[in-house]
Design a protein around this ligand. Structure first.
Ligand SMILES: [Zn+2]
Length: 541
């Protein structure tokens, strides 16, 4: 809160009167969260603060004051009430979306809230120009603007400023949700900096010649401006494009080209939708029924030979996405999807470099897609279900009910060194989730599995280890192994905080510790090397 000479000068009665006036001016609602304020019940827990901050030449007078819940004003680190207010609106949309099981709010949610996504546009295409009108919202002017040809792709497009009612969100090409980094954009726009790039959209007519203008790129800048009350946005609209080409361009932009900051989980999701589309294309072009899956992943790679490298990636993306989106995968509750807020112990990329790289088969299979479906031993099905079970087992032993998101992981080791009391199970969760440690643990999990098959005399393809059904007896071993592992004192040993848990290490560092009990620098981390035979025996207590 900025220091206010005016507020300090008020006596108790004058302050109460001011709160009452602001309360009625704001229709009884908090300036930030827009929920009701009760002057009696919430007495003493209310703040009066400047709307335009004093540091930005805001005035120290009543017109520039707003009434808020004290917690709303303080918890957000809100240096600026105007930003806190937009972020509060965004966060309400965000949690509403998450309550419905979605990953978060996207441009579609914001449009709906602000009267967008309602109308279709009728466009008349003529040589070098397009005509349209927006009569659905009472704007009867006939707009006539030039259209252009994108030389290399042959796609036609035009530029327009369209009211929100005519804008729709395309969650197929852009399945991303909006991240909390939107705050930065809101701040930029509030400082009167202009939008540098226009959002991208596409349009295609239905039988009546009308079509939705679907925004597929630039949703963050669109969303930030909508939150700031903007009612129309500039867009570049592609006319009747091949949306698969746009989808692919957008995927590549995030991957190879890095034009936009895409998180890897979204890349996988896109790859997986392209895979499903290729399957359908293949069926159509081969004249197969929709439910005919008698061809293999490898047939697809051969068929789309112009993009065989991408096809291979889409196959793996699809396998990965099926595991991450699986409703029973409880490990995903502890994964930070993007950014580095450390509210969760695991990063998505750590999951990729451990569980996925160890257990997902990365090549195209030569067996039919539906091979063994009735018997329940389809290899991709087994791989998915068993990997989900394994990840959930891990989560139940190390994370569920143990990791405390309110304590979080930011600077955890140094907080520990400074004497902060951290619950042991929370510390353990944080430590085992480090990529280099999890990587070594996952190698040992594999060892438990391979050792079991060796011991039962069964030959398995090590690269496709989860394509075989793991017997319950082996699951018991895996569970015993992880439970015993969780009891190692090193996970909760504070003295190791500034040695082995200090700097980030590589996989080999922990491989060596598991194998010898000591770190390469000679620190004794375990009483003795890990011993498989002891660890797979159920811990009795
Ligand atoms: Zn509030």
């Amino acid at each position: 809160m900025g220091h206010s000479a005016y507020l300090v000068s008020l006596d108790k009665q004058a302050r109460e009167d001011l709160e009452k006036r602001l309360h009625s001016r704001q229709s009884g609602k908090c300036f930030i969260c827009d929920r009701a304020i009760d002057l009696i019940l919430q007495k003493g827990d209310l703040d009066v603060d400047h709307i335009d901050p004093l540091v930005e030449q805001g005035l120290d007078e009543e017109n520039n004051f707003a009434l808020t819940h004290a917690s709303c004003n303080r918890s957000k680190g809100a240096s600026d009430l105007r930003i806190a207010r937009r972020m509060a609106e965004f966060e309400i949309l965000q949690s509403a979306a998450q309550d419905k099981g979605e990953r978060g709010a996207n441009l579609g949610h914001l449009l709906t809230k602000h009267g967008g996504g309602k109308a279709k546009l009728i466009i008349q295409r003529e040589a070098g120009k397009v005509k349209y009108s927006m009569s659905a919202i009472g704007d009867n002017k006939i707009y006539e603007v030039p259209s252009y040809m994108d030389k290399l792709s042959g796609m036609e497009y035009f530029f327009a400023v369209l009211p929100l009612a005519y804008l729709h969100h395309d969650d197929r090409i852009n399945p991303r949700s909006i991240g909390s980094n939107i705050r930065g954009l809101i701040e930029e726009f509030m400082k009167k900096r202009p939008q540098l790039h226009v959002s991208l959209a596409w349009w295609a007519p239905d039988a009546e010649g009308a079509g939705e203008v679907k925004v597929f790129d630039g949703q963050h800048k669109a969303a930030a401006q909508i939150l700031l009350g903007v009612e129309a946005l500039p867009v570049r609209v592609f006319l009747e494009p091949d949306t698969n080409v746009l989808l692919q361009a957008n995927t590549n932009a995030g991957g190879k080209l890095r034009q936009v900051a895409f998180d890897p989980a979204v890349m996988r999701h896109l790859g997986s939708s392209i895979f499903l589309e290729r399957v359908q294309q293949y069926q159509q072009m081969k004249g197969l029924e929709k439910n005919d899956y008698s061809f293999s992943e490898s047939d697809l790679v051969k068929f789309f030979k112009g993009e065989h490298r991408e096809m291979q990636r889409y196959i793996v993306d699809s396998a990965r996405a099926a595991v991450t989106k699986h409703k029973d995968n409880r490990l995903m509750d502890f994964v930070e999807w993007s950014g580095k807020t450390a509210n969760q112990p695991l990063s998505y990329s750590a999951v990729e470099r451990t569980f996925f790289s160890e257990f997902l088969y990365m090549k195209a299979l030569t067996t039919p897609l539906d091979d063994g479906m009735e018997r329940g031993d389809n290899p991709r099905y087994l791989e998915r279900e068993q990997l989900v079970r394994l990840m959930t087992l891990f989560s139940d032993i190390f994370f569920a009910g143990k990791w405390d998101p309110d304590v979080g992981g930011r600077q955890l080791e140094s907080r520990l060194q400074k004497g902060e009391m951290i619950k042991e199970e929370h510390l353990r969760a944080w430590r085992v989730a480090r990529e280099e440690i999890l990587g070594s643990i996952v190698e040992w999990i594999r060892l438990v599995i391979e050792n079991y098959f060796a011991y039962t005399g069964k030959m398995v393809d090590k690269k496709r280890i989860l394509h075989v059904k793991l017997p319950e007896e082996l699951w018991d071993r895996l569970s015993a192994f992880l439970i015993n592992l969780s009891k190692l004192p090193c996970w909760v040993d504070k003295n190791l905080s500034n040695t082995v848990f200090g700097a980030k290490q590589n996989f080999d560092f922990w491989r060596t510790i598991f194998k010898t009990g000591k770190s390469t620098s000679g620190v004794q981390v375990l009483a003795q090397p890990l011993d498989l035979n002891t660890l797979i025996v159920e811990y009795k207590n």
